[in-house]
Design a protein around this ligand. Structure first.
Ligand code: CA
Length: 515
């Protein structure tokens, strides 16, 4: 190397460092992370993405509102990697770290549905909150056909990818900023809840605060989704088209909305409403404002939840009154994608399985559905003692109107956790807040979803900082950017109860009370 060239190189480095130290909180240039050495890990790229310059890969950015999180992203350091904790494993992951304005914390993201792609939209939302964030494709791309050949990939999907991704993300963050995150958070819904559940149960040191909605128990909630399909499709006369679900939903509101003292389209405590679908049955034949006798029968089946025809044992929690509008996605003619994927690959090992030619048997098929190697995808262990002993906080927030994963599973899990770790410990570490009108991950009947994901991590941050569980959480509805309603969410089993005077759109006029 000549003296001249080395001088230029030195000048370039000094210039780079001076620009870099003014604009960044990072300890090293983002690009240098390409040579970071981590166990079982290949860093495939490390590059700074300029503010507003990120474009998601084709077909991954969503349209309209779904593309919104990618607009105006701040500058970030983007690291991509492939993890191979076993010889079968092929886990793709990304870490996104704000170049400036890092809040000092890490927020991981699980992967929705049956996994199979990195949730870039969720990562973008999390980055907007100032977090360093990461996620994975759970170890496979696309649907679950890998199950037929690769048992280790099932473990990756069940829980290992989430854990490995978390460990590697923390190491990348520490290398980039010169120190690891102060606190680490997860906020998972549905498929992404599967990661959150397994993290706190199996790897209690990975996260400090975990929020979960749409508590996942896939072997059974896929069964419930197929039960709704069966109730609609086994006999064509039973089919409930969307307009009939609207007729039904309106009748439910008529019967249940006012029971909480306020007629506002929200049912604060659906189990308290004993709704009889017979009230909407046509006097004779069919009509636009009523349901036929076979349709009413289908509704009764759905409200009963999947049931073993031989023993009459209830196999899963039923959807609650108020969730009717969400049923259309499970009603057919095609079965719901997640449930079909699960039954094809995990249960029947037949990618061509069709429920019309091989109907589910709700008694003898249980042994196939719940093979031990399938049960690992349920994060069902209520013993989270290690997680809470380390100071971990669990915030469950469940939509009463969720028909995709009915809220009973979370309520039951919460009760089991309290029984297992003790009521006193649970009081400081575990909270369940039921949300009226909230469907799966987001609201369809109300916009009580605005900013949920950021909101709940904020509640966890306060909980850890103040060492005090939230006594209530204020939910809000907005229209045209303006808050039009606030309402407290109450610690289960308490219910938000109107005091009887003042605006029912103001949280101040409600108290949390036992139902
Ligand atoms: Ca109401």
């Amino acid at each position: 190397m000549t003296a001249g060239k080395s001088a230029i190189t030195l000048f370039s480095v000094l210039f780079a460092i001076s620009v870099f130290s003014q604009a960044s909180v990072a300890a090293v240039p983002c690009e240098s992370l390409a040579s970071l050495s981590l166990p079982n890990t290949t860093i495939t790229s490390a590059a700074t993405v300029a503010a507003g310059a990120f474009t998601p890969p084709a077909g991954r950015g969503g349209r309209g509102d779904a593309a919104a999180p990618f607009r105006n992203l701040p500058a970030f350091c983007r690291v991509t990697a492939t993890l191979k904790p076993t010889s079968e494993s092929d886990i793709k992951m990304e870490v996104w770290m704000p170049v400036t304005g890092w809040n000092g914390n890490f927020q991981g993201n699980g992967t929705g549905g049956m996994g199979g792609s990195i949730p870039l939209t969720d990562m973008a939302k999390t980055l907007h909150g100032g977090f360093a964030t990461a996620s994975s494709d759970t170890g496979h791309e696309g649907d679950s056909r890998y199950v037929l050949e690769y048992p280790e990939k099932v473990i990756d999907f069940a829980y290992r990818a989430g854990h490995e991704m978390t460990l590697k993300a923390k190491a990348v963050i520490a290398a980039y900023y010169g120190n690891g995150p102060k606190s680490s958070f997860l906020d998972g819904c549905g498929g992404s809840a599967q990661m959150a559940e397994n993290e706190m149960q199996r790897y209690p040191g990975d996260y400090d605060g975990i929020a979960i909605t749409g508590f996942s128990q896939k072997t059974r909630h896929a069964l419930e989704q197929m039960w709704i399909w069966d109730a609609n499709q086994r006999d064509k006369s039973s089919y409930l088209p969307p307009e009939k679900l609207t007729v039904l939903h309106n009748a439910v509101l008529q019967a249940c909305d006012g029971l909480d003292g306020v007629k506002d389209g929200l049912i604060e405590n659906p189990p308290s409403c004993k709704f009889d679908p017979g009230v909407v049955q046509c006097k004779a034949g069919d009509g636009a404002t009523c349901l036929t006798a076979p349709q009413v029968e289908a509704v009764r089946k759905i409200y009963a939840g999947p049931t073993n025809p031989r023993t009459r044992e209830q196999l899963f929690y039923p959807p609650q009154p108020g969730s009717e509008l969400t049923w259309s996605q499970f009603s057919g003619p095609q079965p719901f994608g997640l449930a079909a994927d699960f039954f094809k690959h995990f249960v029947y090992k037949d990618p061509n399985w069709d429920p019309r030619t091989r109907p589910i048997k709700y008694d003898t098929d249980l042994a196939l559905i719940e093979r031990p190697e399938n049960l690992v995808i349920n994060g069902a262990n209520p013993n989270i003692s290690e997680f809470v002993k380390r100071g971990g906080k669990l915030l469950l927030y469940e939509g009463w109107a969720d028909g995709t994963i009915p809220p009973g599973v979370a309520i039951n899990y919460y009760k089991k956790v309290v029984d297992t770790i003790g009521a006193r410990t649970a009081q400081d570490s575990v909270g369940l807040f039921m949300v009226p009108g909230l469907t799966h991950c987001q609201a369809a009947t109300d916009d009580f979803d605005s900013g949920w994901h950021g909101r709940m991590v904020g509640e966890l941050e306060q909980w850890i900082k103040n060492k005090k569980a939230p006594a209530r959480i204020i939910a809000s509805s907005s229209k045209d950017g303006k808050v039009i309603r606030t309402r407290p969410l109450c610690p289960y089993p308490q219910v938000a109860t109107y005091k009887g005077t003042g605006s029912s759109d103001d949280a101040a006029n409600f108290t949390c009370k036992a139902p």
